[in-house]
Design a protein around this ligand. Structure first.
Ligand code: F3S
Length: 284
């Protein structure tokens, strides 16, 4: 069997940096508590390794309000401005691991909304990155993800719109939805804020899925960028399987295929990717 593993599979630079920052804080502050605001990445295995080292996750603003001292690491997804304000008030040490690509969106939406524009964010409204971006908007913002959301979009005609995307949004879908918003007659400016790492990962996944008979997408179920990768691969290759770890892989499904592609989300550790790749190679 031919196995094609995506070169872009696994940790992107933003996730790698965030994870390394937490581990280095644990080493530097052996006497202090180290917290992350939200899970540092969407991957159970990495979170477990950090918890074993004593790192605690703060799940909400309320939990942050309760802490006294220690180090708080802001994860790569970023947080809303109100959290920075609270951290400053609490005078805890802050290590900001927000990905520079996300930071850029924060400052853009802050500036554009200050100038009176209505911000439209294309992404998942429940995702922490989108909530963080939303929290930098001064005034009105709408989060859209589907055709239905665009149909429901109602912004006063006098208002200019500024459109950005969650960094891991599906590029093709972004282009399509922007076209539809344009047709609604709004006065819009668009900035494609899908990050380069995501763009390359999605392009490569699509290319591999188009040529492979089966496709394996590895990532945590809570990882939004893995879900999008799955969407993209499934469009190109019907036999696409979403797994979190090797245990989820049903080898029977691969029995009659001659080529299999493998890709993984930005928060999937290399060890899991290699384990899957090696097992497929040994068995077939
Ligand atoms: Fe940053 Fe893109 Fe990764 S925004 S965290 S490089 S997926």
């Amino acid at each position: 069997m031919e196995i094609i593993c995506a070169k872009t599979a696994g940790f992107c630079f933003g996730v790698k940096r965030a994870v390394e920052l937490v581990f280095s804080q644990v080493e530097e502050h052996k006497e202090d508590k180290v917290y992350t605001y939200g899970p540092i990445i969407h991957n159970g295995e990495v979170i477990k390794a950090l918890e074993d080292k004593g790192v605690m996750i703060l799940h909400s603003k309320e939990e942050l309000e309760e802490i006294h001292g220690g180090v708080v690491v802001i994860r790569s997804h970023g947080v809303e401005k109100a959290i920075y304000d609270l951290l400053e008030e609490k005078k805890v040490k802050v290590v900001d691991a927000t990905c520079p690509d996300v930071k850029k969106i924060h400052s853009i939406v802050h500036k554009e909304s200050e100038e009176g524009k209505h911000i439209v964010i294309m992404g998942d409204s429940h995702h922490p990155e989108v909530q963080g971006i939303r929290g930098w908007v001064q005034g009105e913002a709408t989060v859209v993800e589907s055709l239905q959301d665009i149909e429901d979009l109602s912004i006063p005609e006098s208002k200019k719109c500024f459109i950005v995307a969650q960094t891991t949004f599906n590029l093709e879908k972004f282009k399509d939805l922007v076209e539809i918003i344009k047709k609604k007659g709004y006065d819009i400016s668009v900035l494609n804020t899908i990050c380069n790492a995501t763009k390359k990962r999605q392009e490569e996944a699509k290319k591999i899925a188009e040529q492979a008979e089966a496709m394996i997408v590895i990532g945590d179920v809570s990882s939004s960028n893995t879900q999008k990768l799955y969407e993209i691969c499934q469009n190109a290759c019907e036999a696409t399987y979403y797994i979190q770890t090797l245990e989820d892989l049903d080898f029977n499904q691969l029995e009659s295929v001659k080529s299999v592609g493998i890709t993984a989300g930005a928060s999937t550790p290399n060890t899991i990717i290699e384990e899957v790749q090696n097992s497929v190679r040994i068995i077939f």
